[in-house]
Design a protein around this ligand. Structure first.
Ligand code: NAD
Ligand code: UFG
Length: 330
C-alpha cells in the first residue's frame, strides 16, 4: 500500500482529513502552496497524531514540482482539496479561479496518469446543484446552473473527471459534495481561521462573540423558512474527514465515477446557528437583519442516504457539538 497524496492538506478540511488518515494508520504525503493556509496547521496535525509525514510546498500548477513528488514517493491515491473557494472573489477575479482550480487539477491528473495512479477523491460542493433543484439534494439530480465562477469550476472539474473515467475504465473517482463544513478538531489545536473579515457564517459569528466585530449581519429575514433566515446543512469537519476515509475504502474495490453528498441531512437557520453558538460560548452574539446576499439560496440541505448505504458513513456530530468544538478551538 502506497501513500495517500493530500493536496491542499494545510487547509481547513485537508488538515482535519490528514489527522483522520494518520489515525487510521495511513501513510500520507501533503502538498500545499499556503495561498490560504500556514504551516501551523501541519504542526498541529503532527502534534495531535504524534506522526510524521512528508510535506512539499508547491503550487499544483508547477508541473515539474508535482512530478518530483510522484518520483520521490510511492503514491497509491490522491485526495484533492487544493483550490480557491471564496465565492465573492471568484466573481471579481474569474480567471484566477479557472486558472487555479482547473489548472491544478489538470497538473495533478497528468502526473497521476504518468505514474499509473488512478484513484482520486475530489472536494466538490453542494453548489453544483445550482438554483434549479430543490432541497433535499440527491446525487442523481442534474447538476449545473452554478451562479458564480467558483461553483462553475467545481461543476467543470466533476465533468472533467467523469470524462477521464469514461475514457479509461481503470480510473476510480469519488466526487464528495460537501455541504457547510464548520467545527474544529476537539483537541482545540486545529481550526478554520480565515484572513481578514470572514465571508462565511461561523467564522463571522466567532469574531462577533470575541468582540472583534460589532454584530452579525443576518443576510435576509424574509426567506420562506420557519424564522425567515437562510437554512443550510452544517456538518462537523471531523465527520467530513471521516467520510474521506470511507471513500478511500470504497476505491479499494470500485472503478468509475461516483458522487456522494456529505452533509447531515438536517437544515439549520442562521438564527439557530447563532443561538447554538451563544449557548456553547456563554457569550451574546448581537445581530441585525440585513438585506439578502446576492446569489444566496433560501434552503440547502442534503439527502445523505447514498453515502450511508454505499459508504457506510453518516454524520455523528450535532450542531451543538460543532459550536462547542469551534468555541474550544478559539
Ligand atoms: P482551504 O482554503 O482552507 O484549503 C485549501 C488549501 O489548498 C489551502 O491550504 C490552499 O493554500 C491550498 N491551495 C489552493 N490552491 C493551491 C494550488 N494551486 N497549489 C497548492 N495548494 C493550493 O479550504 P477548505 O475549506 O479546506 O476547502 C478544501 C476544498 O473543499 C476546496 O477545494 C473547497 O473548494 C472545497 N469545499 C469547501 C467548502 C467549505 O465550505 N469550506 C464547501 C464545499 C467545498
Ligand atoms: N450568512 C449571514 N451572514 C454572514 C454570512 C452568512 O447571514 O455574515 C448566512 C448566509 O446568507 C447563508 C448562511 O449564513 O444563509 C451560510 O452562509 P455561508 O457563507 O457560511 O455559506 P454558503 O451556504 O453561502 O456557502 C457555502 C460555501 C461555498 C459553497 C456553498 C454551496 O462557503 O463555498 O456553501 O455549497 F459554494
Amino acid at each position: 500500500m502506497g501513500k495517500i497524496l493530500v493536496t491542499g492538506g494545510a487547509g481547513f478540511i485537508g488538515s482535519h482529513t490528514c489527522v483522520e488518515l494518520l489515525e487510521r494508520g495511513k501513510e500520507i504525503v501533503v502538498v500545499d502552496n499556503f495561498v490560504n493556509s500556514t504551516p501551523k496547521a501541519l504542526e498541529a496535525v503532527r502534534e495531535i497524531t504524534g506522526r510524521e509525514f512528508e510535506f512539499y510546498e508547491c503550487d499544483l500548477r508547477d508541473r515539474a514540482g508535482v512530478e518530483r513528488i510522484f518520483c520521490e514517493n510511492e503514491i497509491s491515491a490522491a485526495i484533492h482539496f487544493a483550490g480557491l473557494k471564496a465565492v465573492g472573489e471568484s466573481v471579481q477575479k474569474p480567471r484566477l479561479y479557472y486558472d487555479n482550480n482547473l489548472g491544478s487539477t489538470l497538473g495533478l491528473l497528468e502526473a497521476m496518469e504518468r505514474h499509473g495512479v488512478k484513484k482520486l477523491i475530489f472536494s466538490s460542493s453542494a453548489t453544483v446543484y445550482g438554483e434549479k433543484n430543490a432541497a433535499p439534494y440527491r446525487e442523481e439530480m442534474e447538476t449545473g446552473g452554478t451562479t458564480n465562477p467558483y461553483g462553475t469550476t467545481k461543476w467543470m472539474i466533476e465533468r472533467m473527471l467523469a470524462d477521464e473515467c469514461a475514457a479509461d475504465p481503470a480510473w476510480g473517482v469519488v466526487l464528495l459534495r460537501y455541504f457547510n463544513p464548520i467545527g474544529a478538531h476537539p483537541s482545540g489545536l486545529l481550526r478554520e481561521d480565515p484572513n481578514g473579515i470572514p465571508n462565511n457564517l461561523m467564522p463571522y459569528i466567532v469574531r462577533v462573540a470575541q468582540g472583534k466585530l460589532p454584530y452579525l449581519n443576518v443576510f435576509g429575514g424574509d426567506y420562506p423558512t420557519p424564522d425567515g433566515t437562510g437554512v443550510r446543512d452544517y456538518i462537523h469537519v471531523c465527520d467530513l474527514a471521516a467520510g474521506h476515509g470511507k471513500a478511500l475504502d470504497w476505491l479499494e474495490t470500485h472503478r468509475g465515477v461516483e458522487a456522494f453528498n456529505l452533509g447531515t441531512g438536517k437544515g439549520s437557520s442562521v438564527l439557530e446557528v447563532l443561538h447554538a453558538y451563544e449557548r456553547a460560548s456563554g457569550r451574546e452574539v448581537p445581530y441585525r437583519v440585513a438585506p439578502r446576499r446576492a446569489g444566496d439560496l433560501a434552503v440547502s440541505y442534503a439527502d445523505c442516504s447514498k453515502a450511508q448505504k454505499l459508504l457506510g458513513w453518516r454524520a455523528q456530530f450535532s450542531l451543538d457539538d460543532m459550536c462547542r468544538d469551534t468555541f474550544h478551538a478559539g
